[in-house]
Structures are given as structure tokens and as C-alpha cells.
Design a protein around this ligand. Structure first.
Ligand code: 5GP
Length: 362
């Protein structure tokens, strides 16, 4: 479906390390193999495996982190990931990543994030607008949907906002450190906080002080919620009133009712949920019910490298499974502008762009 590629898209749930290109990951693994640090054939097998259980996915993340936790590699990976999303006509990207300490590489959470920012600055195939509040008015250079869809543009443009992830393995203190870093980097493109990591690890109460602190400081929060059956945690998360949640796979009736009553937008990751078997098959995915109920939602990739997908492939899958056409997808994106974490300037520019595009596109 060509229109799934050409349509301007909003991506709100993409993990940096999970979005790494397979080719880059294999190259890094080969290099470490040559140095004797890892056994390349074993690692190659893990990287190229297509279907992974939930447990195997988190093992793969540990492997990816061994390969990528180095400033230069973080910079390169960030650059490539943004270029790949822009190539797929993502016009607004919220990219999330867990700031990492790694003494052996002289890496702190801050220096990790500086490497990410360096990667964003080094993107040259597309114009990047980091979502600062204070940026001067750029409306004179704003792009129309026609520029994007018909490739007429002088140079493509992508807005990028960063979310700092708290990993569920972390302590309260480490989580607070991440929130403080996000606050310090607010003027550098950080737009919010995410809670992610293996959902069978860690307790909600461990992260709550950091998340409450973030909320008090006005940082928008999204939570990975309901990836495993855990009704107490799901209810606590929903009652916390995050600005969005990701996944929402293992909800029971009570939780669906609460979610719908609170109208918390959901980031939907179809392929990720199918591959990790948190949902049995795409035709029974909760996307259909939420979409029919007009619940706020948006299609996302989660980890396009790890799950070998792309945002346009997710649109094609949703379109062929649920019969949703181009116009409805366009409108889904338009509505999602209301729940992005970037400032009003960016929202306004996106609204203008989408408004200009409706008649041209359809
Ligand atoms: P990073 O934060 O290192 O850039 O991206 C990879 C990390 O994102 C993983 O180690 C994990 O903490 C988190 N992550 C990626 N995909 C998922 C997912 O589907 N569910 C959860 N809960 N966490 C994820």
C-alpha cells in the first residue's frame, strides 16, 4: 500500500535501541567478535531470529546494549534511526531511550544523552526540528503535506522530541536521576518521561516518587501498561493519570472501562504485541474495539529493528486487518497531534500542515 508510505505520520512509541538497523547491529557484533569480546555466530543467530518470546526480547535488549553502549555508536544509531523514520515520512517522532551509566566506557546518563543529541545534530538528509519551546517561529519554512507525500519538498522536515525512559530494573534514586536529567534537558528537545523495561520486574511503588516528581514539574509521562496480567498495577497506573499509555494488552473489563472513562490515549504496537505473543493474533487485537469506540489512539512501531517492521508496515497491517482507509488513517494522525508531548508551537505547525493536506491528499 503505497499510501501507507507516502502519508505523513506521527510516531509516538519508538525505543531508540530497539529501532537500530539490523545491518548496523550485525556490523557491531562482527567487530566485537573479531576482537574476541563475543562469539559472533551465536550472536548472529539471536539477531536474525524472527519470532521471539517476550523473555527472549528482553535478552536481545541486553545483547543490543552490550553492542551499543558506547558514545560514538549511540550517536551513529540515533542518526540512522531518525533518517529511517524520516524516510518513511514520519513528520513528528517521539523517540524514547533509557539514559545509561557505564563506567567502563566513561558513560554517565548525561553523557549518553549528549551522544544522542550529537546524533540528532548530525542528521543531514532531512531538516530536524528539535522540539524546543523557545525556538523562533519557523512557520515561514513550514512544509505542506503535499511536499511530503509527493516528494516535492526542497528538503524533508521531521520534528523530534525525546522521552527519557526509566527502566523497571532501576532504583527509586536512579529513576529520580533520570527525571532530573530530563528537566535539565528540557530546552534541548526532551519532552517527557517513559516507564518501560521488563514488565515482570520491579514494583510500581519504586517508580512512583520519580513519576510524581516529574508530574509536579510539568513533564508529560507515558507508561508501559498492561503488557502482562497485573490488574493492581494497571489500575494504579491508570489512576495516576499519565498523559498516555503504551500497549494495554492484558486488560480485563474493569480496566477497559476505567481507561475509556479516563480517555487516556493508547500507543498501539500491533507487530510487537503479536511477535511477543501478548496478543494471540492481529484480528483479535484491542485496536479494533478502541478504534470503534473513538478512543484516542495512534499506531506505533515500538522497536522496528527488533521486530523487523516500519511505521508504514504497521499502517498496512491495520488497514488490511481492520479495513481502515487512507482518510481514516490521516484523521487518526491529525487527532494524535492533541496528545503529543511537544509544545504548542510544534502542535500548531503540525495542525497547519495536516489542515493544508487534507484536500490535497484525499
Ligand atoms: P533503549 O531505552 O535502550 O533505547 O531501548 C531499549 C529498551 O526499551 C529496552 O531495554 C527496554 O527497557 C525498553 N523496551 C523496548 N521495547 C519494549 C517493550 O515492548 N516493552 C517494554 N516494557 N519495554 C521495552
Amino acid at each position: 500500500m503505497e499510501w501507507c508510505v507516502s502519508m505523513p505520520k506521527i510516531e509516538l512509541h519508538a525505543h531508540l535501541n530497539g529501532s537500530i538497523r539490523d545491518s548496523t547491529l550485525l556490523k557491531l557484533a562482527r567487530e566485537l567478535g573479531e576482537k574476541g569480546a563475543i562469539n559472533f555466530p551465536d550472536v548472529e543467530h539471536v539477531i536474525l531470529k524472527n519470532d521471539r518470546s517476550f523473555k527472549e526480547v528482553f535478552k536481545l535488549f541486553d545483547l543490543i546494549h552490550i553492542l551499543t553502549t558506547d558514545h560514538k555508536i549511540v550517536t551513529r544509531m540515533t542518526k540512522e534511526v531518525i533518517e529511517d523514520f524520516a524516510d518513511d515520512n514520519v513528520v513528528y517522532l517521539e523517540l524514547r531511550t533509557t539514559p545509561k551509566n557505564n563506567d567502563s566506557k566513561g558513560m554517565s546518563k548525561r553523557s549518553y544523552m549528549e551522544a544522542v543529541l550529537e546524533g540528532i545534530r548530525s542528521v543531514n538528509s532531512v531538516e530536524v526540528d528539535l522540539c524546543h519551546k523557545l525556538k523562533e517561529d519557523t512557520s515561514a519554512h513550514s512544509h505542506t503535506v503535499d511536499d511530503i507525500c509527493n516528494n516535492k519538498t526542497r528538503r524533508k522536515k521531521i520534528y523530534v522530541g525525546l522521552l527519557l525512559s526509566i527502566d523497571r530494573r532501576e532504583t527509586t534514586e536512579a529513576a529520580i536521576e533520570t527525571v532530573k536529567l530530563a528537566l535539565e534537558m528540557r530546552d534541548l528537545g526532551v519532552v517527557g518521561i517513559d516507564l518501560s523495561g521488563n514488565p515482570v520486574i520491579g514494583e510500581w511503588l519504586t517508580f512512583l516518587p520519580a513519576l510524581e516528581f516529574a508530574k509536579e514539574q510539568g513533564l508529560p509521562i507515558t507508561l508501559h501498561c498492561g503488557e502482562v496480567p497485573n490488574p493492581d498495577e494497571i489500575r494504579a497506573m491508570l489512576n495516576f493519570l499519565p498523559r498516555r499509555i503504551g500497549h494495554a494488552c492484558c486488560f480485563e473489563d474493569d480496566e477497559w472501562n476505567l481507561l475509556k472513562r479516563l480517555k487516556i490515549p493508547v500507543e498501539i504496537c500491533l507487530t510487537s504485541n503479536i511477535i511477543t505473543e501478548t496478543i494471540a493474533s492481529v484480528d483479535v487485537h484491542h485496536f479494533a474495539d478502541l478504534y470503534k469506540s473513538n478512543h484516542p489512539l495512534i499506531l506505533c512501531t515500538d522497536d522496528c529493528g527488533v521486530f523487523s517492521t516500519s511505521i508504514s508496515a504497521e499502517y498496512a497491517l491495520a488497514s488490511s486487518t481492520f479495513g481502515i482507509g487512507k482518510r481514516e488513517m490521516f484523521e487518526m494522525n491529525d487527532r494524535a497531534i492533541d496528545f503529543i508531548f511537544a509544545c504548542d508551537r510544534v502542535k500548531q505547525e503540525l495542525k497547519t500542515m495536516f489542515a493544508s493536506g487534507l484536500s490535497e491528499l484525499l
